[in-house]
Write a protein that binds this ligand. Structure first.
Ligand code: ATP
Length: 816
């Protein structure tokens, strides 16, 4: 089993051993029906001897010979260490009823005399032993809930009052159930006691398939707060959560033979598993980016939202039966599980979604508040009005689209007994909550489609401006998928609007019934229940607002820190620039020193590293003149454009002060120190550039003006000399610019090159760089010049080197 794979969503399959009943009824023939090969399961159709065999691949497959301990070590154990590093993690067992989910998660803890611990217990054990070995302080809290018939119930609240809790998407903590009880645990024993307590409350029943069938989804959650123990370490707090989930089993009505309450449970279980399947289907297809994921379709998918498309490392253990009778169910589970492997958990997306929800909540709560107000007004009105005003039609509110039609039957005073009242109250609150969920879903779709439409605009803009090198087919597919998703989101929105309409109809009926209630006390209770729900929402709203404010404050703080960093960077750049300018002002003096230090105008070899350092700085600042594309990029990246501009101005003023310098043959001096001292001596034309470089084309052409014979245009120097040669070139380039009067500066020459190149090659050339990209030899030939080979150039350098024992290095070629 590959434990090191970085995927955040992994799927394992577990085949349980055959039960006594299955063996008795000879429903097992594993060798023909199910085959396991490493991480692949082969399943054979049973219809004929030529039946097809299908294969499904997973992150691991466990067979009947693997007990819970092996399953844990090879799959979930890695999650525990990750949770202790600060990651969120979830493990859930999935499968049909009786496939072994509860056994996998709890072992036979639910039964008398535990013989095999489940993954949940093993994970906690591991957690505590790892914590003890760590040098941090941990605070562990445990909560335990079940989702039964679409209600969230706190299994640790023995009063039984926490039976319909709200699920909220907290901007920081992710999915939470704020009213859920959390108990701090400090050892395994504490955890065990709480789990046993919770299990006693869990809804279980006997079905035709499973004697101890769990009829609800159970979510055990451990939240972990971690602080470094050492005092000298900056205090960091890591919060993470480990969720261990035992899902209720999917089931076919016919197979379970369920009736009455069991059937209602089954329908709800199937509904939530169907919703889970729908979410998985959308999340696993890359074409579905931007498509609405209906997490709100069930409480299960709401709770699992973090674990499916969010910032959580998740392991799904799909449990299957070895019985041939379960062929269809096993096939479905395997298909479902293999598909789930493609889920990609994406932390960034999750955070973004959470942020978007905060403002939505406020609006929805506001509208709910208005509705409750309306409800209260209606109740008051009802009290005031005579009971004999029986048949009437009225508008519920100026803004509300619902027309309230009261039937005679409704008007006959409602006298509910206590159990009827409870059912009524439950219907009312369910309706209230459904309303909330539908409205949230619509808001989410609207937001998503807003984003999608903005993307669509971008796509269309792209196609209008023409996609140069992009694969057209790929582009069209993406565009099509986006359009399709927008449309499907719209369809979903329309469906939700219909549901909202039905919800409002039911709500109107319920409101009417409240109005007709005979016993004032009961009416009051209902009113209070609604008010309570409303208050809870307000509390949540405040909490979310508070979190949002904190987040914004944090963002502002981070932004201002980033700004401070930029400012200090800019300051240090400014300092560097100032230093360079000071150096520049002192340059004539430095030239004198260089010159007088060596009678033959060359520097001593030992001066070279220092010189090279000085030169490279000058080279950078005289960027406008020397323009190797790589250097340009580096300079741009380092943000020195500004420095360059300032430097340019400085150079301009320097060169204008030298306007009177007499230049004899070429604008290229032999050496920095030569300009003032030896204006009349024969000046050597210095060429140094790599063939592929874009540098001093201007000098080449200029020097070739008077020449008919092959004047050297380019020399190519490689090997040991190339670095020295480049440094020399930089030196000369920087100096050349300073020494060259404005009118002779390469800019004009660049234009000249381009013009000549254009004439000679017939190509439309706009930039100097383009000239170098052209066939240089062709250009050189047309200009009656030739390019030196690398060997020739190297030889020239070697000769120079031999002649002068301590040269800086330069390639000095006389004009022919
Ligand atoms: N790996 C296993 N080893 C031994 N017995 C197992 C194993 N898996 C399941 N069983 C047994 O099979 C029966 C059904 O298992 P379990 O209750 O775990 O199924 P389930 O998938 O949770 O069903 P439901 O969805 O109805 O709750 C139980 O008696 C259980 O002890």
């Amino acid at each position: 089993m590959n434990k090191e794979e970085p995927r955040a969503f992994k799927v394992y399959v577990r085949i349980r051993p055959p039960s006594e009943r299955e063996l008795l009824l000879k429903q097992i023939s594993c060798e023909h029906y199910l085959r396991v090969q490493d991480e692949v399961i082969w399943i054979k159709e049973q219809r004929s001897s030529l039946a097809k065999e299908y294969s499904y691949s997973f992150d691991g497959v466990f067979t009947e010979s693997h007990n819970n301990s092996i399953v844990y070590t090879d799959s979930v154990s890695l999650l525990v260490s990750q949770v202790l590093q600060g990651f969120n993690a979830t493990t859930f067992a999935y499968g049909t009823t009786g496939a072994g989910k509860t056994h996998t998660m709890f072992g036979n803890m639910m039964l008398e005399g535990v013989t095999e611990s489940g993954i949940l217990y093993l994970a906690l054990e591991d957690c505590f032993s790892q914590i003890n070995a760590k040098r941090s302080d941990f605070i562990l809290k445990l909560s335990y809930l079940e989702i039964y018939n679409e209600h969230v119930i706190d299994l640790l609240d023995s009063t039984g009052k926490s039976n319909n809790l709200l699920i909220v998407e907290d901007p920081i903590k992710g999915i939470v159930v704020p009213e859920l009880l959390e108990y701090q645990i400090s050892n395994l024993q504490d955890a065990h006691e709480l789990i046993v307590k919770g299990n006693q409350q869990r809804t279980m029943a006997s079905t035709a398939i499973n004697q101890f069938s769990t009829r609800s989804h159970a979510v055990l959650r451990i939240t972990i707060e971690q602080r470094a123990r050492e005092r000298n370490i900056i205090e960091e707090v890591a919060n993470s959560k480990l969720s261990l989930i035992d899902l209720a089993g999917s089931e076919r009505g016919a197979a379970t033979e369920n009736r009455g309450q069991r059937m209602v449970e089954g329908a709800n279980i199937n509904r939530s598993l169907l919703a889970l399947g729908n979410c998985i289907n959308i999340l696993t297809d890359s074409k579905n980016k931007g498509k609405y994921v209906p997490y709100r379709d069930s409480k299960l998918t709401r709770i699992l939202k973090d674990s499916l498309g969010g910032n959580t490392k998740t392991i799904m253990i799909a449990c299957i039966s070895p019985s041939i009778i379960q062929f269809e169910e096993t096939m479905n589970t395997l298909k479902y599980a293999e598909r789930a492997r493609n889920i990609k958990n994406d932390a960034v997306r999750n955070i973004k979604e959470v942020e978007a929800h905060v403002s939505e909540y406020k609006e929805i709560i506001q509208s709910l508040r208005q509705e409750i107000e309306f409800l209260k007004v209606q109740l008051n009105r009802q009290e005031e009005s005579s009971p004999k005003q029986s048949f009437q039609t009225e508008q519920t509110s100026a803004k509300s689209p619902i027309k309230r039609v009261r039937t005679q039957a409704e008007n006959s005073n409602l006298n509910l007994d206590d159990s009827e009242f409870d059912v009524f109250s439950k219907r009312l609150l369910d309706n209230f909550e459904e309303h909330w969920e539908i409205k949230n879903s619509i808001k989410e779709i609207d937001m998503l489609n807003q984003e999608n439409n903005a993307k669509l605009k971008q796509y269309i803009g792209q196609s209008e401006s023409g996609i140069s090198n992009r694969n057209m087919r790929e582009f069209r597919n993406e565009l099509q998928a986006l359009q399709q998703n927008i449309k499907e989101n719209e369809d979903m929105r329309n469906e939700l609007l219909e549901s909202l309409y039905s919800n409002l109809k039911v709500k109107t009926e319920l409101q009417n019934s409240i109005g007709n209630m005979k016993v004032d006390k009961k009416r009051e209770i209902l009113e209070l229940q609604i008010a309570l729900r409303n208050l809870k929402l307000e509390k949540l709203d405040l909490h979310i607002q508070n979190t949002q404010i904190k987040q914004e404050a944090l963002k502002v703080k981070q932004e201002s820190e980033a700004k401070d960093k930029i400012i200090s960077q800019m300051k240090s750049e400014l300092d560097t620039m100032k230093k360079q300018l000071t150096k520049q002002a002192a340059l004539p003096r430095r030239k004198d020193i260089y010159h007088s230090a060596s009678t033959n105008s060359f520097h001593k070899a030992e001066d070279y590293p220092k010189l090279q350092n000085d030169l490279s700085q000058e080279f950078v600042t005289s960027f406008g003149y020397v323009s190797s594309p790589k250097t340009q990029k580096i300079i741009k990246l380092s943000g020195l454009d500004e420095a360059r501009r300032a430097r340019k101005l400085e150079l301009q003023s320097l060169s204008s002060s030298k306007k009177n310098i007499k230049h004899q043959n070429s604008y290229i001096p032999n050496h920095p120190g030569d300009i003032d001292e030896v204006p009349d001596k024969k000046i050597e034309v210095i060429r140094s550039s790599s063939v592929s470089g874009s540098r001093p084309m201007s000098s080449k052409l200029d020097s070739s003006k008077n020449s008919k014979k092959g004047t050297v245009v380019h020399t190519s120097v490689r090997g040991v000399f190339s670095n020295l040669q480049k440094a020399n070139e930089r030196f000369l380039s920087a100096d050349r610019r300073r020494a060259t009067p404005k009118e002779e500066r390469p800019k004009a020459e660049d234009t000249k090159i381009i013009t000549i190149a254009k004439e000679k090659t017939g190509k439309d050339i706009k930039k100097k760089e383009e000239v170098t990209k052209m066939n240089l030899s062709k250009l050189a030939k047309s200009l009656n010049q030739r390019i030196l080979t690398a060997e020739e150039a190297a030889e020239i350098v070697r000769q120079q080197w031999r002649k002068k024992p301590t040269p800086l290095v330069k390639i000095s070629l006389s004009k022919m």
